[in-house]
Structures are given as C-alpha cells and as structure tokens.
Design a protein around this ligand. Structure first.
Ligand SMILES: [Ca+2]
Ligand SMILES: [Ca+2]
Length: 108
C-alpha cells in the first residue's frame, strides 16, 4: 500500500526533489477531483488542504505527509461507504417490517 503511495507521490513530484510544492500539489488535487468526477479545486481549497497536511510547515508536502493525506482520504471514502450501507439495510428492514404488518393483517 505505502509503495503504491510512493509511486503516486513520485508521479506528481515533477522535479524529483522529494517534495510536492504548491504547483505539484495543485496538479495532484486537480487529478484526484477529476477522477472522482467533481469540479477542479479552487486555489484557496488547495492552499487550505496543503496547510492542513504540511505538518512541519515547510510549505511543501513530503512523502510521509503525503502518505498521511492518502490514508485520510481512504478513511473518508470508507466512511462514506459505511454511511451508504446502513441506509440500504434500514430500507430492507423497513420492507421486512411492512411485510410483517401485512401478514398480521391477513391473519386477523
Ligand atoms: Ca517537487
Ligand atoms: Ca512539509
């Protein structure tokens, strides 16, 4: 998994200096948004995201910071998936309950 992130990081580290500067990080954000089918991020959004994950405040995203960001992204995606499932389960539970009610009526 981390090797995969490293390859990803190197892909966006255009000048291969081991850090993503603002331009390189912007490219990454644009590509991610494009993949998820959402509009490209505003410069302001990229800035905020970069500030959040640039934990040592050197104004670049290093590999550990990037990995941290990737894991956070995965968590958010997993969380969104989890939120989807219960709603589907609730729906089937409701259908079951409706079924029970109908049966009860028929019996009575
Ligand atoms: Ca770079
Ligand atoms: Ca940093």
């Amino acid at each position: 998994m981390e090797q995969q992130f490293k390859n990803y990081f190197e892909l966006y580290d255009a000048n291969n200096n081991g850090h993503l500067n603002f331009d390189e990080f912007t490219r990454y954000c644009i590509d991610v948004n494009h993949k998820m089918g959402i509009p490209p991020p505003q410069e302001e959004d990229v800035k905020k995201l970069m500030e959040k994950y640039d934990t040592n405040k050197d104004r670049t995203i290093s590999l550990p910071e990037f990995i941290d960001l990737m894991f956070k992204c995965l968590e958010i995606t997993a969380e969104a998936e989890k939120q989807k499932k219960p709603s589907e389960k609730e729906k089937s539970d409701l259908e079951k309950r409706v079924g029970v009610t109908t049966e009860a009526k028929v019996t009575a």
